[in-house]
Design a protein around this ligand. Structure first.
Ligand SMILES: Cc1cc2nc3c(=O)[nH]c(=O)nc-3n(C[C@H](O)[C@H](O)[C@H](O)COP(=O)(O)O)c2cc1C
Length: 289
């Protein structure tokens, strides 16, 4: 995409990416559930937020840095977890982890990412958090926690808003599925976007093979064109507060719940030992509206 200096805002980047990506990839990245009302409403909320700046405060010494749980971050911002980023850029998870290290920002490894968390942790030690998509089954959770401990992941983020699959109608129209399935529509889409086909799709497949579910469970899983053992979402509908209590007892690192949308759930999170919550609608990709 050329020098980043040519892109002055997120909107500039989005505009360029939309031109470059096939419709199905664009649909996965940019879409929300059903009519997209949650997505639009989440954006509108940001438009309604403002600042009330104060003057004459002598700000010659200024910094936006924050320290959280003993770790310094250059900004009170970080990289949210994004699954399947390999379909946008080859080795995308590793590139994000590197940028996060250079910029001293937290990077949350998605449970649906395709580069092994141990490698990402090497790219950005101490600032790599891990986001889990977990079932309500301690037999499967325990070995995953063991893997995270071994990799010295400091923060475990549990996403609580994906107990069932969202109804993403745009993806059904585009024939985009998880696990990925090739269709004539996808093939034609790829042909219309040769740069993406060569630089992302072919380059990835020819150098590394089909990306895998690298971090969904305690070990590297199958290619993203196959169903992982127990399915991609298997057992998530049984995840409950009792599991969170048990995880809290086993997990010595920081514990964050992501996807909290109700004040009572925020209180329950504190009562069950969470160190923090992420208030989130999953980017309007999960809530049904
Ligand atoms: C392409 C894409 C992939 C995402 N993958 C994940 C994921 O794997 N795990 C997760 O917890 N959230 C995922 N999200 C949600 C983001 O982490 C984040 O919550 C959202 O983009 C910002 O919306 P919010 O302000 O409602 O949180 C994804 C979002 C996008 C756009």
């Amino acid at each position: 995409m050329g020098s980043l200096h040519n892109y002055l805002s997120i909107a500039d980047l989005e505009h360029a990416a939309r031109r470059r990506l096939p419709a199905c990839v664009r649909g996965y990245i940019c879409g929300g559930t059903e009519d997209g009302l949650s997505l639009a409403e989440s954006r509108n909320h940001f438009h309604r937020l403002g600042f009330a700046p104060r003057g004459l405060r002598n700000v010659a010494q200024r910094s936006a840095a924050v320290t959280l749980w003993g770790q310094r971050y250059a900004l009170p911002l970080g990289f949210a977890p994004t699954g399947f980023s390999a379909i946008v850029l080859r080795d995308c998870d590793a590139a994000l982890a590197r940028v996060a290290r250079e910029e001293q920002l937290p990077f949350i490894i998605s449970g649906a990412s395709t580069v092994a968390l141990e490698r990402l942790q090497e790219e950005n030690a101490n600032r790599c958090w891990y986001q889990a998509y977990i079932p309500g089954d301690m037999q499967r959770i325990r070995p995953l926690l063991q893997r995270l401990k071994q990799a010295e992941i400091p923060v475990l983020v549990i996403t609580i808003d994906t107990c069932v699959a969202a109804n993403r109608e745009n993806l059904q129209r585009l024939r985009f599925t998880v696990p990925f399935q090739f269709s004539t529509k996808l093939l034609l889409d790829g042909l219309m976007h040769p740069r993406w086909t060569c630089q992302v799709f072919l380059h990835t497949v020819l150098t590394e093979g089909i990306p895998r579910f690298a971090n969904l469970a305690h070990s590297i899983g199958p290619a993203i064109t196959e169903d992982p053992p127990h399915g991609f979402r298997g057992g998530r509908d049984q995840l409950d507060w009792d599991c969170i209590s048990q995880i809290r007892e086993l997990w010595g690192g920081k514990l964050v719940l992501k996807g909290v949308m109700h004040p009572d759930d925020a209180r329950l999170a504190v009562a069950h030992g969470a160190d923090a919550i992420i208030v989130s609608t999953h980017g309007g990709r999960q809530l049904v509206s």
